[in-house]
Design a protein around this ligand. Sequence first.
Ligand SMILES: [Cu+2]
Length: 114
Amino acid sequence: MKAKIVMSAAVLALSVVAVPVALAAEEGHGDNQQGMDHGPAHKLHGVVNSVNAEVGRVNITHDPVESLKWPKMKMNFKAHDAALLKDLKPGMTVDFEITKMGNEYHVTKITPAN
Ligand SMILES: [Cu+2]
């Protein structure tokens, strides 16, 4: 009986300690709870397939991306700022940068390729 009380007290003590630690760990990586997590920026090269400036989205066939181990593929991206897309046209070859924000990659820079 005594052992049972001791055991449940130990479990209780552990849970009181563990929760704040987990929350602190969660808070530690990336920005604070309010802001999005910002991963590193990756440089890409590709061809614009379609642009939807209203919703701030662009579809690009990008070349392989070494830093992400991505093969060549056709992909939708969200523009971090919809204004980035205003001069883009389907068929345009572009150099661009993406950053993971939350669980999505956002285009943070995009220019026509030389
Ligand atoms: Cu991709």
